[in-house]
Design a protein around this ligand. Sequence first.
Ligand SMILES: Nc1ncnc2c1ncn2[C@@H]1O[C@H](COP(=O)(O)OP(=O)(O)O)[C@@H](O)[C@H]1O
Ligand SMILES: [Mg+2]
Length: 231
Amino acid sequence: MSLLVTLDHVHKLHQLGDQTVRALSDVCLEIDRGDFVAVVGPSGSGKSTLLSILGCLDQPTRGHYLLHGENVFAQTKSRLSELRNQRIGIVFQNFNMLPRLTALENVALPLFYRREPLRNPAATARAVLERVGLGARIHHMPAQLSGGEQQRVAIARAIVNGPDLLLADEPTGALDTSTRDAILALLRELQRAALTVVLVTHDLEVAACARRAIRLRDGAVVGDSRRCDSA
Ligand SMILES: Nc1ncnc2c1ncn2[C@@H]1O[C@H](COP(=O)(O)OP(=O)(O)O)[C@@H](O)[C@H]1O
Ligand SMILES: [Mg+2]
C-alpha cells in the first residue's frame, strides 16, 4: 500500500479573543491510499480541526502536512487551490447545497474551477449523480430532496473531480438510522473503488464501518486500531 497522507507533528491553536485554544497537539499520522479511516472522540477533541487541515481549509500552527509527499502548506496559493479542487473532496453534516441551484448544477460547480475545463461538464455531473443513485433527481432543487438525497448530491459534488481523498465531517449526523446506513454503504462502495475515505464521527456505530479508527482526546491521538477482518 502506498502512503497518501502524512501529518508530521501537527499542532493547531485557535485564537478566540484573548484566549488561545489548543485544538490539536503534536498529531503524527500516516494514512494509506485506499483506506477507510474513522476519526472518533468526544465533542471538542479536535476532530473537525483535523479534518479542516486535511482538507487544506485551515493551516496548522506548527508541523507539516504531506499529500503524496507534497508539502501542502509550502505550496503557492494557486497550487493549494488546485490541490483542494482536484485531489480532495469534503462533505459536511448539513450537506451545504447551494439552494438556488439544481442537483446537477451543484455537482457541476467544482468542474468550473478546474485548470483545464471539461468539454461537457453537465454530462460528467450527470454520470456522477447516476453513480450515487440519483440519476432520477438531477433537476431537483435541494429543497425538493430528502436529507439522504441531499447528502448523495454533496458526495457526488465532492467526487466529481476524481479526488484521491474524500473527507466527511459527521456526514450522517442529520440522518435517521436507515438513511445513515445507506450513506455509509455508499462511502464503502466508493472506498472499494479506490478512494481514500476519512470520516469524522462521534457515533461508534458509524465508526464500526471503517477499517481503522483513530481516537482523539484533547487534541491528541490516544488510540489507533485496525479491524482484524478488514479488507
Ligand atoms: N474557529 C475556532 N476558534 C476558536 N476555537 C475553536 C475554533 N474551532 C474549534 N475551536 C476549539 O477547538 C477545540 C476543538 O474543536 P473541534 O475541532 O471543532 O472539535 P470536535 O470536532 O471534535 O468537536 C474545541 O475546544 C473548540 O472549541
Ligand atoms: Mg466537529
